[in-house]
Design a protein around this ligand. Structure first.
Ligand SMILES: [Zn+2]
Length: 385
């Protein structure tokens, strides 16, 4: 296992103390700003992941979920996802480059952000076209998260696009509740989309953007409804139920073989201020995750990159023995499976993941690079609740 470095403390906590002014970025203190570009020890796997992302960025600034291999050098990378997810693939890549990268990645970040701003719908603020595909709100939420992250890190030019992105997230929220797939909202909610929205809105709030506090109340209402108070499992659309799977995917990736939605629920609780020392749901959730540590076994359906990402956010925040166990399992699962050959060097294969068919190699690589970066520096994620 690689050496962990001391956490620099909550990167964005200081921002939360400032008044929330729409599109007027609150000052970032020197320590927080310095943290952005600080070198990350034990970053070899992270550096290789970032390098793969930079090598596969389109000249126009985006990351294509489907056509990234047009950028390939010798030995073409496989693992195409679906073109409709380009805004989300771009958002995840930008998030990884901002969180784990340094000044060497500034140009790639600037070009990616400019692309997202260029595809933002002028009328609604949606990154991409509203209702262009069934799960367009995933892409919008992740893109908004990436742009809000840029504002939190001092990019005032992204203030307008980030605020409009947040406004559209709020326009898609069901009254008194949360999110699923529709604009205008149709009354359906799910934990998976809602998790990304909470992360985007909290990041926006930490950056000094205007966020309606009622959005967090609605998200937590759904989280509580989906969480079984005996098992402490959080379901996708059913209390205490399992995660979701696309049609035809359950056989290879049984829905019971992941605690992805439990991890999402825990992340939402932490972001909205629940105390892990007091919250029964967080204690119960952490116990569930300890029983379902990252495990790279292609034969039993346990590989789930988004679970490992959310689980890393939640468990690193809570810390203690549970985090040590998760951290060790993550290292074993992920560091030994990062590609080392040819143009794929630094990436992860999407074919082993239940959502890899949609997000492709860009999705896989951005998420696992993010998970490893959080592992190296957990405090970076402690957006104050
Ligand atoms: Zn390639």
């Amino acid at each position: 296992m690689k050496k962990r470095i001391p956490s620099p403390g909550p990167t964005f906590a200081v921002l939360m103390l400032a008044p929330l002014l729409a599109c007027v970025r609150t000052p970032v203190d020197d320590a927080a700003a310095a943290g952005v570009a600080a070198p990350i020890p034990s970053a070899d796997a992270v550096s290789r992941g970032l390098d793969w992302l930079v090598r596969h960025q389109a000249p126009a600034g985006y990351w294509s979920a489907s056509a990234f291999s047009e950028r390939c050098g010798e030995g073409r990378c496989d693992g195409a996802g679906k073109e409709v997810h380009d805004p989300g693939a771009t958002g995840l890549s930008l998030l990884a480059l901002q969180v784990a990268g340094d000044a060497r990645h500034a140009d790639a970040v600037a070009r990616g952000l400019a692309y997202l701003a260029s595809v933002q719908d002028a009328e609604t603020g949606c990154f991409g076209v509203p209702n262009s595909h069934a799960t367009f709100l995933y892409d919008h939420g992740i893109a908004t998260l990436a742009v809000a992250e840029a504002v939190a890190r001092g990019d005032d030019a992204m203030c307008g696009p980030a605020q409009r992105g947040i406004d559209f997230i709020e326009a898609c929220r069901n009254p008194y509740k949360a999110w699923r797939y529709a604009y205008p909202p149709d009354g359906n909610n799910d934990m998976s989309v809602t998790g990304w929205m909470v992360l985007a809105l909290k990041t926006g709030q930490s950056a000094g953007l205007e966020v309606d506090p009622a959005a967090f109340e609605g998200a937590m209402l759904l989280t509580d409804e989906m969480t079984d108070e005996e098992t402490w499992r959080t379901g996708y659309q059913r209390r205490g139920g399992f995660s979701s799977r696309d049609v035809g995917m359950e056989e290879r990736w049984p829905e019971a073989s992941t605690e992805a939605m439990t991890a999402v629920g825990m992340m939402a609780r932490l972001l909205t201020g629940e105390d892990p020392d007091e919250s029964a749901a967080l204690k119960g959730g952490a116990a569930r995750l300890r029983e379902r540590l990252p495990d790279w076994d292609a034969s039993n359906g346990t590989i789930d990159y988004s679970y490992w990402y959310y689980g890393t956010l939640a468990m690193s925040w809570i810390g203690g023995d549970g985090w040590d166990r998760w951290n060790g399992a993550l290292a074993e699962a992920v560091e030994t499976t990062q590609r080392e050959d040819g143009c794929a060097r630094g990436s992860w294969d999407p074919q082993f993941d239940p959502w890899g068919h949609a997000g492709g190699r860009v999705y896989a690589t951005a998420l696992l690079t993010l998970a490893l970066a959080v592992r190296d520096e957990p405090g970076r994620w402690k957006i104050a609740g």
